[in-house]
Ligand binder design. Structure first.
Ligand code: GLN
Length: 244
């Protein structure tokens, strides 16, 4: 099949509440990198009260503890459906607060624990320090083997079982500032603390997610056509290894 004959559906979960630091830039990147190739994109915002329907990619951004509280209950009601979607190899990308809710729970400071939806075997507890700054990560998931972004979180995330990190922190704190891991992956479920937003500065990772979503939809692997990523790649490389 040619790219112009392909379609992908994307759901943005709770954009009115979880969209810290312009995390919507991740949605724009996914949409544009499909449209630039002629791939049709069906898109849906899912807000409080909406029933989540079947999609190829689900995106959930970051937010302060208060917004996470508002979303956690809604997400938990749809945990079984989203777990079935994970088993159908749907692609999930969660950023920071959204990432935290994809684990078993997020325990804020002196507040009730927020149940997560356990799409990955991980948990988060609020730490005493807020991690703020640029992050560079060495990864083996994509090539070039680097991811860059900006972190702002007090949550400390710990991975367990078959959940693996996106990579190892070279600059910054990542999941918890202790074990040098950043992000998490289980099957096609991905989470990261990298705001910025994440995908515009990591176009190779955006294409990796698009290819996974197409494979889930059509049952075959696709090698995406090359785009002119000079600006994105220059931006990415200007940040790799930088500690400032
Ligand atoms: N409230 C969470 C924390 O502070 C997530 C913050 C965010 O999404 N940037 O860890």
């Amino acid at each position: 099949m040619e790219e112009k004959d392909l379609k992908i559906s994307i759901a943005h979960l709770y954009p009115k509440l979880l969209n810290l630091y312009g995390d919507i830039g991740n949605i724009i990147t996914l949409k544009k990198r499909c449209e630039w190739r002629g791939i049709t994109v069906d898109f849906e915002d899912v807000n409080i009260g909406d029933k989540i329907s079947e999609h190829d990619i689900y995106f959930i951004g970051g937010g302060q503890d208060k917004q996470q509280e508002e979303v956690a209950g809604e997400l938990y009601l749809q945990k079984d459906f989203l777990t079935e979607e994970r088993e159908r190899n749907a692609v999930f990308l969660g950023i920071c607060g959204g990432y935290q809710l994809m684990g078993h729970y997020y325990q804020p400071h002196d507040k009730d624990r927020l149940n997560g939806i356990s799409l990955m075997d991980a948990y988060t507890v609020a730490g005493s320090t807020r991690f703020i700054g640029n992050v560079t990560v060495k990864t083996s998931i994509v090539s070039p083997g680097s991811l860059v972004g900006f972190e702002n979180h007090s949550g400390l995330t710990y991975l367990q079982g078959e959940t693996k990190p996106l990579g190892i922190v070279e600059v910054g704190n990542g999941n918890n500032g202790k074990d040098k891991t950043e992000g998490g992956r289980y099957k096609n479920v991905f989470g990261t603390y990298l705001h910025g937003s994440f995908l515009p500065k990591n176009p190779h990772f955006a294409d990796y997610l698009i290819a996974l979503a197409l494979e889930k939809r059509y049952g075959e692997k696709f090698v995406l056509s090359k785009l002119d990523d000079r600006i994105e790649e220059d931006t990415h490389l200007s940040l790799v290894g930088k500690s400032y």
